[in-house]
Design a protein around this ligand. Sequence first.
Ligand SMILES: Cc1cc2nc3c(=O)[nH]c(=O)nc-3n(C[C@H](O)[C@H](O)[C@H](O)COP(=O)(O)OP(=O)(O)OC[C@H]3O[C@@H](n4cnc5c(N)ncnc54)[C@H](O)[C@@H]3O)c2cc1C
Length: 477
Amino acid sequence: MYDVIVIGGGVIGGAVMRELTKYRLRVCLVEKEDDVAMGASKANSGIVHAGFDAPEGTNKAKFNVLGNRMMEGYAAELGVKFARIGSLVLAFSEEDMRLLSVLEARGVRNGVEGLSVIGQAELRAMEPNVSRNAVGALYAPTGGIVCPYELTIAAIGNAMDNGADLYTGFEAASITKANGVFTVKAASGKEVQGKLIINCAGLGAGHVAALAGDDGIKIGARIGEYILLDRESGGFVRHTLFTTPTKKGKGILVSPTVDGNILLGPTAEEAEEGNTDTTAAGMAAVTASAARMCENVPLFNTITSFAGVRAYSHDRHDFIIEESAAVEGLIHIAGIESPGLTSAPAIAKFAVEELVSKHLPLRKNENFSGRRAPDAFFKQLSAEEKNELIARDPAYGRIVCRCEQITEGEIVRAVHENPPACNIDAVKRRTRAGMGRCQGGFCQPSVAEIIARETGIPLEQVTKSGKASRLLMGRSK
Ligand SMILES: Cc1cc2nc3c(=O)[nH]c(=O)nc-3n(C[C@H](O)[C@H](O)[C@H](O)COP(=O)(O)OP(=O)(O)OC[C@H]3O[C@@H](n4cnc5c(N)ncnc54)[C@H](O)[C@@H]3O)c2cc1C
């Protein structure tokens, strides 16, 4: 019997799970995929937004600004890379310049600090590769970047280290309530019981609500396509560059990532729930917009393209963070589109302190330790540190991913650390093995062998990213 069952292992469910472990509560998280961070939290822009986009008084505005302030400490505690690089919304016309003033005034009302509208000369000094047609920009020094799946994995791992349970491959398929206790059953027949449910199921939040008897959550899906450039082009821009926002969102951006790549995108088109295909039209829209924003975009350094899907509220057009009116003890954190990544730590704090506390006493967990050791990437160590590590564990002396210089020791650690990586992409998200220029073409078979050896999963059954994504069909004689 758990006190709280969190449904959905994205950045929101992860932050909530960790926040709950600060108190003496029995907590579990159920996730339908084989790993965590498999929904919107896997594929997004990774921007810690300053907070001038959302209208004053909305949940989006409130939690964006609070989350932005909390992110530095949150990421540091979890050993996750974060950089406050600042953002620039570019203007290309007088009309755009007027819009920048509207955004600036809105940002000030939302509590964003340090905003200023700058002219062309200052803009070009800050960003030498910006288009000559850009006439000015809104500068937000509090904007930042973070790796979204690293943040999710670290929060869930830290919650597990503090005693919470994770059940992957557990798709909530039925929810019943009797005598004040919820029973959540998976299609596989597994079940968990708890006093409260926190619905953080992203695109599945409407379905999860309905399973529990609440038909009031309506979720739409909007796809965003991206192009990722190799680290060789890493210095192309220094800040996150946006165009002025449209009705569909913040528009296409050009931004550094915390790992030193350059990200172009996303588009914003209505999508089917599970579709993360990239399209020729999407790629054309991304490249056209990037070319409008910057001179000579180094597209020749493209290493991959991908897409993520936003879950938005059809009717409320805001984050839904409240207890269900229909089912007591069912708390929704739904419709968390952008800036959900930015807002995650603030949403989690609010949900636990203001919503969970109405049902359960929040007694401090004296044993809680919020610190998680950062992933000490081998390549970043000094020669002495490397030698010391190899002497302790020779697996650190074997490079598996040549592009990213990732060692066998790091992969073994990812397979055993909370939350354990059990497929090739899960290893990739934790170690960056396969994230480089060859995109895993060289190291995938070796990673599969290490997973098989360390977990006991037969090699033929090791998958790329769960379900039926097997690499091998069998052995040839
Ligand atoms: C293209 C794009 C760009 C974005 N850019 C930014 C940005 O730059 N900055 C920012 O702040 N935000 C950004 N966002 C928003 C941010 O990504 C989301 O707000 C955030 O990831 C939402 O997290 P979540 O945990 O609610 O959802 P998810 O990460 O989708 O997690 C939901 C989880 O629930 C699981 N699930 C669903 N149904 C069930 C079930 N029945 N049983 C068990 N598990 C279930 C899913 O498998 C999934 O893992 C962007 C989003 C997209 C798509």
